[in-house]
Ligand binder design. Sequence first.
Ligand code: NA7
Length: 539
Amino acid sequence: MTDPRTVDAVVVGAGFAGMYQLYRLRELGLTTRVFEAGDGVGGTWYWNRYPGARCDVESMSYSYSFSPELEQEWNWTEKYPAQPEILRYADHVADRFDLRRDITFDTRVTAAVYDEARERWTVTTDGGESVDTQFLIMATGCLSHSKLPEVPGLERFQGPTYHTAHWPKEGVDFTGQRVAVIGTGSSGVQSIPIIASQAADLTVFQRTPAYSLAANNRPLEQGEIDEMKAHYREWRDAQRTSGFGVPIEPATRSALEVSDEERRAKYQGAWDTGTLTAIIGGYTDTLSDRAANDTAAEFVREKIRERVTDPEVAETLSPRSYPIGTKRPCLDTRYYETYNEPHVHLVDLRKTPLVGLTETGVQTSENAYDVDAVVFATGFDAMTGALSAIDIRGRGGVALKDKWGEGPRSYLGLGVAGFPNLFTITGPSSPSVLSNMIVSIEQHVEWITDAVGHLREHGLTTMEATVEAEDEWVAHVAEVGDATLYPQADSWYMGSNVPGKPRVFLAYIGGVGAYRELCTQIARDGYRGFTLRGALTPA
Ligand code: NA7
């Protein structure tokens, strides 16, 4: 690279999206720099080192498909991969494709400003660097901007506090301690059994119970690894054309038109394999009809009652206020059984809301709980949080976070009107979090790479979503979302886990396959809905 301060492309983030984007842009011959806040690659899997962190998509599906050699040489050991194994995979990819030399670690991008006259972005980092680039690609992740409970006095607590997404690299040993865990989403559900196995006393503070299926995780057998490796291409095609990026038998019938026995058999099958998409995608109307949904929800509630000995505790752990699937369902290993242990206690924050932390513990409206350590498993400002945290300014100095004040506006979750040559990998209003993330990441990276290649090939310099295309897409995403049960839940999909965040469905539920086809068609139509300009074309 001649001058590292002037490049063709800046990529923000070195998780699975940023790494693959770098690989592709290099192939295209672009000088590219990647900035990464962590001191290593892996993104989500770099940060979320809490005990029990595990992917709930199967390892052989939750992996890159772009390199058949990589697919063949890497051996996953478990059906559902644990965080350390996924991080090893990310490290392997970085080494194998020699990615690190273009990644600046320990560096956070703080601002990016578009210069209309020069048609270039100036990207600023917390290391004081300023880089001039034609393309700016955000690979900042959907669940990367963590959040704490919005209660006063968190700093009052005198003992150690941990957020699951900022877990110390050296780990934490809770042996003999009294521990509080606040939050019962995936991170809580996965970490609670392991924290309980160490702690002398564990109190879990639950605001909303999750629907969780037993993961039935197990080591992979050589035979099944070989089988998948022999048929990887067909499997990858099936992933790309599926609804959630996870191939399942397509639903053809309503949950309400089959017999109880048939339905139970289907749910039991989903349960036995621990496949989330099978339980929420088993019938055509599971995610659109409350009565249909309730058949699946009740199946899981039954399982909770079987797994928890105290009926009162089982009831507190049973979700009733929202349809299954409309908040992210979880996969667990001994989560519910953990509440059968005498040193594990459950506090229902719906009955006695969280008030704050005291010097010695957790305070609810009724009780004070003295503990030695507090774990926040309180999640993220999803989809928009990481983007809004950077001062991104497009045409006329407009800030992205102001443009998104009433909710994110984006065309396909890929481009934003008023922000030329800015691309968002798995941005809001794309399938992203409603899919196997790696499938969606690869699709976006390949689409963006093709778009950049197209510009170069045709002597064009900028690409920008039109306001009309963006408006239409935003309306379409909302319409498709409104036809489902998702808006019935207060979830991070709806932005409602962050006080004051507009209530907007943040992802596209039209299906991974259909969305992919649409993006491909839009590119074939000469990037319909985007304005493409050459350097001399008047704006
Ligand atoms: P989640 O799924 O957003 O879970 C966060 C949990 O923390 C959830 O139970 C929240 O309750 C709870 N929470 C958040 N804020 C508060 C306050 N202020 N008081 C009490 N409880 C609170 O995040 P995770 O990290 O578990 O998982 C994120 C994703 O990673 C997951 O969905 C998978 O895709 C992988 P709430 O439900 O908001 O009432």
